[in-house]
Design a protein around this ligand. Structure first.
Ligand SMILES: Cc1cc2nc3c(=O)[nH]c(=O)nc-3n(C[C@H](O)[C@H](O)[C@H](O)COP(=O)(O)OP(=O)(O)OC[C@H]3O[C@@H](n4cnc5c(N)ncnc54)[C@H](O)[C@@H]3O)c2cc1C
Length: 495
């Protein structure tokens, strides 16, 4: 397998091109086809921390990347109105508190609460404290302590990111072809894809095809006929209105997610503007109403016209079929509540590179790739559904539906375990850690009856001293950090 053809040049296409060219380029000839006339989905600007690994693997330097994509740092996502109207909590990246031996920190926290101490979990999240103070610097550890530093991801301009990756990929030998794919040819006997023909008649042959054609899913869905499994029954939102607005100072180092009557609104701060969108369910709200809620909740003046993006949540039954792997929106979509789509692109490409079918496609490899990819997608789905399901709003039909809807058995099990004695369960290397589950479960008012027995291994006095010590160290460290804006203007400001 030598000739790789990537169909589509959005974030998925260019991430695939950059990664494959960097890591496997010595043995591959890579061609990417994209159509300016069709364009890209044009959203997708908030990420999660593993993107740092991707950037490192393709040799991207953080400050240069942020300069070119007008990016900012992200320490977590603030959720407003999700549990009840008026609630606010942060799903902050990184650890919370400090585990002692085998006992996870949150059991000490639950014990302290039970013993009547005035405790707020987020006072022990360094990421949350820094985010709320508008501070940032990339520090791995809090100096003079065993405590971890800040864990970050990025916000960036999606169009500029694709352009940045394109320059990098073309510099590493990727051939870009402009044009609209008009037809796809298959081998009569095996059904393997053989070539793509453009509207101008050009034919591009390949051994392996990466379908990055977005929601169209031209190769995997249309040509190979892999069915779509719809998740609308547990993720009822199916539209987004997106608009960009002027920035209002100061630059937040976190994304905001503000729940409204039939969905939620994102705010993503970039260096030069803020990305906003209202994700909603068309079964519960009209487009006009959704637009007016969005425009009424912008912090700065809009700088673009609002545009509507329709979507279906769910995934293809398999992501790899014959000699074609779908990556990005062509493989499925989960709404952007936890900024996971770009991460799913990254893990699909890394998985492909690790198991690249150099000697030809084998059933065993395809089966394992699909097993891992589907498990990853479905675990992430559970986490996103958790936000909707665990609400006590009751103020609209939409939220009442979400609270009452059937959710996967795996998710029920996790909620029940947590409500018992705060037990958290991370299965099969799933993406979101116990810490992420903890923030959303507690943030949306799931209250455990007790705490893990191991947390009784210290005295009450030791517990108070431990908690006080942690707060002192973290608050001191936050004071010493520069503001997010100061850090950006010093190290990564776009010209
Ligand atoms: C409302 C919304 C908000 C989102 N927010 C986030 C977020 O904050 N974080 C996150 O991680 N993800 C987010 N996403 C997802 C993210 O936008 C996508 O995962 C990402 O942009 C990748 O898209 P893509 O490359 O798969 O598809 P696209 O950007 O649609 O690209 C498809 C490519 O295929 C090409 N193409 C299609 N048909 C043809 C043809 N016939 N011939 C030639 N070329 C063709 C197009 O020209 C284009 O280059 C969001 C998505 C939506 C809908």
């Amino acid at each position: 397998m030598k000739k790789v053809v990537i169909a589509g040049g959005g974030t998925a296409g260019w991430m695939a091109a950059a990664f494959l060219a960097t890591r496997l380029g010595r043995n591959l000839e890579i061609t990417l086809i994209e159509s300016e006339q069709i364009g890209t989905v044009g959203v997708g600007e908030a990420t999660i921390p593993p993107i740092q690994l991707f950037n490192k693997a393709v040799g991207i330097k953080e400050n240069d990347f942020l300069k070119h994509t007008k990016g900012t740092f992200k320490l977590g996502i603030q959720f407003q109105n999700w549990g009840r109207v008026g609630d606010s909590y942060m799903h902050a990246f990184g650890s919370t508190g400090h585990n002692l031996g085998m006992t996870p920190f949150h059991h000490y926290y639950l014990r302290a609460r039970q013993e009547g101490m005035e405790e707020n979990l987020w006072d022990y999240s360094f990421n949350d404290l820094a985010a709320n103070a508008g501070k940032f610097a990339p520090i791995d550890k809090i100096e003079g302590s065993p405590l971890a530093g800040l864990v970050h991801a990025y916000h960036f301009d999606a169009g500029l990111y694709a352009r940045y990756l394109r320059t990098l990929a073309e510099g590493r030998g990727v051939r870009r072809v402009e044009g609209k794919i008009a037809s796809v040819a298959q081998d009569n006997e095996t059904g393997f894809l053989r070539s793509l023909t453009l509207e101008d008649g050009t034919t591009i042959e390949g051994d392996f095809f990466v379908d990055c054609t977005g929601f169209r899913s031209l190769l995997l869905g249309d040509k190979l006929g892999v069915d779509f499994e719809d998740f609308a029954h547990m993720l009822p939102c199916d539209r987004a209105i997106a608009v960009q607005s002027e920035n209002v100072a100061p630059l937040r180092p976190y994304t905001q997610s503000i729940a409204h009557a039939a969905g939620w609104q994102w705010r993503i701060p970039l260096q030069h503007r803020t990305g906003n969108g209202h994700v909603f369910s068309s079964a519960y709200m009209s487009e006009d109403e959704a637009t007016s809620i969005l425009l009424g909740n912008l912090e700065g003046k809009p700088v673009t016209e609002p545009r509507t993006i329709k979507f279906r949540t769910g995934r293809r039954q398999v992501f790899w079929e014959k000699n074609c792997l779908a990556v990005g929106l062509s493989s499925g979509f989960l709404e952007p509540l936890e900024s996971t789509s770009i991460h799913l692109i990254q893990s699909a490409i890394v998985r492909l590179a690790k198991m690249f079918p150099t000697r030809g496609v084998s059933e065993a490899v395809v089966r394992e790739h699909n097993r891992q990819a589907i498990a990853e997608f479905d675990y992430i789905t559970d986490f996103i559904v958790l936000h909707y399901h665990l609400n006590q709003r009751g103020d609209s039909e939409f939220w009442r539906y979400c609270a009452a809807m059937e959710v996967p058995e795996r998710l029920k099990r996790k909620i029940d375990l947590f409500k018992e004695d705060g037990f958290l369960l991370r299965e099969d290397d799933e993406l979101f850690t116990e810490g992420s589950w903890l923030h959303v479960l507690l943030g949306q008012n799931a209250v455990p009856k007790g705490y893990g027995a191991l947390a009784d291994d210290i005295s009450s006095k030791e517990l108070t001293d431990f908690m006080t010590n942690l707060r002192t160290i973290m608050n001191g460290a936050v004071k010493r950090l520069p503001t997010h804006e100061a850090y950006i203007s010093r190290f990564c400001a776009s010209s």
